[in-house]
Design a protein around this ligand. Sequence first.
Ligand code: TIU
Length: 220
Amino acid sequence: MPVIHARPGDFPFDPARTAVLMIDMQRDFLEPGGFGAMLGNDVSRLAPIVPHCVRLLALARTAGLTVIHTQEAHDPSLADCPPSKRARGALPCGIGDAGPLGRVLVAGEPGADFIPALQPQPGDIVLRKPGKGAFHATALDAILHARGITHLLIGGVTTEVCVQSTMREANDRGYECLLVTDCTASYFPEFHAAVIEMVVAQGGIVGWATPLAAVEGALA
Ligand code: TIU
């Protein structure tokens, strides 16, 4: 069984029971004019991980891992968007409003699409989600059970929002989770660093963490 060298210790995994979960690599979070920018963030901070995420997905497909892309986006009716979420931040152009990338965080709009470098490929799974955590109000748990998936390699954006929420949800459901540290990014570098420490502390209370090179070392 391959082993990924990680913190707080080695992460053994069966590739046939392992999925890469790529969280929300959408134009709305990575490009100017999207939801992340509407929130006042410097979206250029997320760009450096893109080549790493490309490598992780290519490696996963070659090694036969399941690849799942999540997409934070709402139904055009906004029926799946809690009013509290829409009101948060009192944005002049917020969820559901018309922005430079189409209606903000709405499925089918340009902003909700994945960035060009990380478009889903045939065989990948795409999962739309209305919340920050990918298990909330989705079929993710059923999808993973149906494939016998027990281990997750997690990347995407942002580290302390959708990535951390999803990793905690997965950990509570019994999945063994590894955060690929240079395949995830935050608008706040200090939050990114803190999440990594939170995950691996206390014997890996939420899971494991390691850079892409260690994943490549195990799957090469
Ligand atoms: N604002 C922020 O950092 N993130 C989100 O709103 N969604 C995700 O992390 N995908």
